[in-house]
Design a protein around this ligand. Sequence first.
Ligand code: PAP
Length: 335
Amino acid sequence: MATSQTPPTPQEEKEELSHGCKELLSSLPTTNSWQHRLYQYQGFWYSEGFLLGTIACQRHFQAHDNDLLLATIPKAGTTWLKALAFAIMNRGCYPYPQHPLLSNNPHKLVPFLEMDYYTNKQTPDLECIGSPRFFSTHAPYTSLPQSIKDSNCRIIYLCRNPRDVFISLWHFSNKMRPETQSPISLEDAFDLFCAGISWRGPFWDHVLGYWKASLKSSEKVMFLNYENLKREPLVLLKRLAEFIGCPFTTEEDREGVLHDILRLCSFENLSNLDVNKTGKTHMGKDQYKFENTHFFRRGEVGDSSNYLTTQMIERLDRITEEKLKCYGLTFPISI
Ligand code: PAP
């Protein structure tokens, strides 16, 4: 245990954190669904690593007014949003052939607050990141550190229709499963998703938290959706840059900078890069290793209709309508 005079070593921090959290973890509802142990914390489901990181963030993260946070539920388009925001913020910094997005997976360039910085750590060195600081999170709005809510830190939330999120998640989960386990069936996964049991589910509560926050403070929380980003990329890219605080100039527009960014961040371009075909992304200091290729599957709107039955679609749409319509939230998707 560290004393007040000496800063804790990484090992001491890890032990202190896991000791403090062990009791909490054992008191939480758990399930072994989706081939992983999930814990329910403050109404949402987490794997252990993300949960411990989220709790450490809640306890220790201090937001700055000029921080920028990208928030998503898994499979809503996190990788794409990270690429776009990184390209907007760093435009003009690199000659094209040396652009970091050509040799790094977007997750490496915009790390997760709760996974990459706060896993096994209570006091990561966030000052070395530079300014403005730029993070991502899968945490629901309700579980964000209080200092994020109290500061002027800006949040960009990207959501996606639940049918495509579910199908994307189902594919990803089966790719990620331990070799010893058989794939989870579409039907079983679907029942779990509808019951709210999925990574950072219930899906609808996750979306609603950020939707309400964006209605309350639109200057602080920007709410986007994947489908509109696909349909009107130029319009939304401009809005993104304005919200981030670095709008495109008329000259940049004339020179085709916006089109260059969209091309750079497109599914076709990113998914064909060597780094994303063969590379791996480590999160949580090797706790999780992801093949980069698993972050790129189809990248389309409506692919779920190739998998879901009419009954499944009706069931999912009914839940979505019941939970979200009264808040004025619908998804621009018709299949
Ligand atoms: P994460 O939350 O685990 O990081 P995330 O990036 O949100 O994953 O989800 C991956 C989905 O985004 C995949 O969707 P699909 O399964 O329906 O195909 C992936 O193909 C899609 N995706 C990744 N990069 C892009 C991109 N540049 N443009 C559009 N979609 C993308």
